[in-house]
Design a protein around this ligand. Structure first.
Ligand code: AMP
Ligand code: MG
Length: 206
């Protein structure tokens, strides 16, 4: 872990339904057990708080339907706030692993939009972009089970295959802007601890 008080930031992306939150939480628990200072921030939660305080939305699925200009402005503010939060925590604990749970691409009514455009990725300055993936069949069945979210767009295996590829393309485009590495971590159905272990190993090598 760094002794200079700078946080090491890992941006974690993946299509809804890959099991990103499950895998991340397992990885974080293991790292904390081993004595690492670790913080996790969900980018969508951070944006939602900013937008709710302005009275612009009530739920997270409304975010991606806002005018793009508004989303971009809040997206940049969220990135800045997240970086600041990690920097403060890193100073008080002499080093920090900061995970950002987010998306490399966001579906909007006017097309697919980058979740990590230049104004975001430069503020976050991640060491690595971790892409969590699952088989297209597993993604579809998990999304069909998730009744809490409006996710009918993803209910087709062929479409999910294309989106998995597009997600890698968007991730690479963002990584290149800041010289971050890319790691693809595969989450096997029923074995999230394997993907969690891969993430733990990536973090330990930094
Ligand atoms: P989640 O619940 O983590 O799947 O994300 C909820 C919502 O937050 C997404 O549908 C997006 O509208 C928004 N969001 C998350 N990350 C970003 C980002 N990097 N840029 C823009 N919007 C984001
Ligand atoms: Mg999630």
């Amino acid at each position: 872990m760094s002794v200079d008080g700078e946080p090491k930031i890992f941006v974690v992306v993946g299509l809804p339904g890959v099991g990103k939150s499950t895998v991340l939480n397992m990885a974080i628990n293991r790292l904390r057990e081993e004595g690492y200072s670790v913080e996790l921030i969900n980018f969508g939660d951070f944006m939602l708080k900013l937008l709710v305080s302005k009275g612009l939305v009530r739920s997270r699925d409304e975010i991606r339907k806002l005018p793009l200009r508004v989303q971009q402005e809040v997206q940049a503010k969220a990135a800045e706030g997240i970086r600041e939060y990690f920097s403060r925590r890193a100073m008080s604990s002499r080093g920090l692993i900061g995970f950002v749970d987010t998306h490399a691409m966001v579906k909007t009514p006017t097309g697919v939009w980058p979740g990590l455009p230049e104004h975001v990725i430069r503020r976050l300055r991640p060491h690595t972009i971790i892409i969590v993936e699952s088989s297209p069949e597993d993604i579809v069945s998990r999304q069909l089970r998730d009744l809490t979210r409006a996710r009918r767009d993803y209910a087709n295996v062929e479409l999910v295959k294309e989106l998995l590829m597009l997600n890698r393309v968007f991730s690479v485009a963002s990584a290149v802007l800041v010289g971050a590495s890319i790691a693809v971590v595969f989450n096997v159905e029923g074995r999230p601890e394997m993907a969690a272990e891969e993430i733990v190993n990536i973090v330990k090598h930094v």
